[in-house]
Design a protein around this ligand. Structure first.
Ligand code: NAP
Ligand code: MG
Length: 472
């Protein structure tokens, strides 16, 4: 039985059949696992109209009730966590155990924690003779990628609904099933019709039409820097609010007093998580020059433990990448790095042994990399680590900041205070100190070309609010 049989688009609380379909591929087997509707501008118009109609009613619902709906959705998601994980392991290729914990687990947390955040949020405050109130922005176009598909959807849908906004979601065509399973959950909990709508199909046609729709008040986009820049230009012409969560080339800076073994292993795991298809992946490992050789050996050993394989084998830690195209673009970057003279110490192009079907890539490591080289500058979005040598702490900070991106990072030191001082000098939206854990309440977003706006928690909620002052 297929994981999803097509029911069409989810618009105004009902399923609207479409005329054409897009196949969804399992990247581990190259088999077609489902068909989803291929939307047109007509369905986008219907969905935006439904969201517009639902807005006055939903925005007037009190925050306690809005929070209660998010909690009902979290409960349903939790009851279906295995199914959600299976769907995402099938369409994205992330190993099932990790898919359950991260791909399905994080969105559940996001719905729950956002409910908590909105219950505690002060929508109104007094400033001298003014009452300042925060109101929902309106109808939100959410456009999301395929790498952590349900997490990226939850990071937009939960706070937007909590704020009192209504939504039209255009999920990535490469991994749309999770979005449709979420729509079914909205149906199962009898969410008010029209507050959350899903239209599937190509970004270049319907995504574009949705983003520039005059009845859409805000675009919330996660994906590539190119498409983000394009949408920002479109939004500028309409003076439309837009938030962008784009790519990254995040650095893990290991200082001379750190536990090298622990820090290198953790960085390798973070780099290769989801086969490197993570916007905040730690893809640049910066180590003291005198420990470069030792760090490279530890990194290779840690990466060798991550052999690619079947995502449904419980022992697998590394799945395939999402598509033939993505694999080709990863291999092209590896070839460029080799042509530039970067020193390849593990992996490289070509399918891993015994894995001729599926889009598998060997865990790949370059060492002693030039900080200005392609493999230190370009987002690969694959299982490729670049190791760079720093002369001292200032040099490490300089290398970390030598990037057009500014999404994430890590600092490791035996002295927590020193690590925090170094972290303050790195221009990124988040930094993990000595392996600090991901926090679904902390603001997530980028500096520089990693975008603008913040997602999650109280900051994520504020993105979907407009501010009004009443002078008394
Ligand atoms: P993408 O092309 O930017 O796609 C992201 C979303 O935008 C998808 O839903 C896509 O639709 C849609 N889209 C594409 N063109 C559009 C347009 N003109 N107007 C409106 N929506 C549009 O990203 P991708 O193809 O998934 O990945 C490409 C690269 O982006 C990756 O290699 C990686 O470097 C980066 N990336 C970053 C993140 C992140 O979390 N920051 C996530 C994923 C990818 P369809 O794809 O369904 O057609
Ligand atoms: Mg694309």
């Amino acid at each position: 039985m297929s994981i999803w049989s097509d029911r069409g688009h989810f618009i105004d609380g009902s399923w609207i059949a479409a005329n054409a379909a897009t196949p969804v591929e399992n990247p581990a087997t190259e088999a077609i696992i489902a068909q989803v509707s291929r939307g047109t501008n007509r369905e986008v118009d219907l969905a935006v109209a439904a969201a517009r109609r639902a807005l006055p009613v939903w925005s007037a619902v009190n925050t306690g009730e809005r929070a209660a709906l998010l909690e009902r959705i979290a409960d349903r998601m939790e009851a279906q966590q295995d199914l959600l994980a299976e769907a995402i392991a099938l369409e994205v290729g992330m190993p099932i155990k990790l898919a359950k914990m991260i791909q399905a687990g994080l969105p559940i947390q996001t719905f729950r924690k956002t409910a908590e955040a909105v219950r505690n949020f002060a929508f109104e405050r007094q400033i001298a003779n003014s009452t300042v109130i925060q109101e929902p922005v309106g109808v939100v176009a959410a456009i999301t990628p395929w790498n952590y598909p349900l997490h990226q959807i939850a990071a937009k849908v939960a706070p937007a609904l909590a704020a009192g906004c209504t939504i039209v979601l255009k999920p990535a065509d490469l991994a749309p099933i999770n979005a449709l399973l979420l729509a079914r959950i909205f149906e199962e909990v009898s969410a008010p019709a029209g507050i959350f709508n899903v239209v599937t199909g190509p970004g270049s046609s319907i995504g574009q039409h949705l983003a520039i729709h005059p009845d859409v008040d805000m675009i919330s986009f996660t994906g590539s820097t190119d498409v983000g820049a394009h949408l920002a230009r479109e939004a500028a012409g309409q003076i439309k609010r837009i938030s962008l969560e784009l790519g990254g080339k995040s650095a893990s800076a290991i200082l001379d007093d750190a536990d090298l073994g622990k820090a290198v292993k953790a960085t390798v795991n973070a780099c290769f998580l989801n086969t490197g298809q993570t916007c905040s992946a730690l893809t640049r490992l910066i180590v003291p020059v005198e420990r470069l050789k030792e760090a490279t050996e530890i990194a290779c050993e840690a990466a060798l433990a991550l052999q690619p394989g079947d995502p449904f084998d419980p022992a697998t830690k590394l799945g395939p990448v999402i598509s033939a195209r993505q694999r080709e673009s990863i291999w092209a970057l590896i070839r460029t790095a080799e042509a530039e003279g970067s020193r390849l110490v593990l992996g490289g192009t070509g399918a891993p042994e015994g894995l001729d079907r599926g889009y598998f890539v060997k865990p790949t490591i370059f060492t002693d990399v030039d900080p200005n080289g392609t493999i230190a500058q370009k987002e690969v979005f694959g299982p490729v680590l670049a190791i760079l040598a720093a002369k001292d702490e200032d040099d490490a900070v300089g290398i970390a900041n030598n990037s057009e991106y500014g999404l994430s990072g890590a600092v490791w030191s035996g002295d927590q205070g020193r690590a925090i001082r170094v972290a303050r000098r790195i221009r990124t939206g988040q930094i993990d100190i000595n392996g600090g854990r991901f926090n679904v309440l902390a603001p997530f977003g980028g500096f520089k070309k990693s975008g603008y706006g913040r997602e999650l928690g109280e900051f994520g909620l504020e993105e979907f609010l407009e501010t009004k002052s009443l002078q008394l």
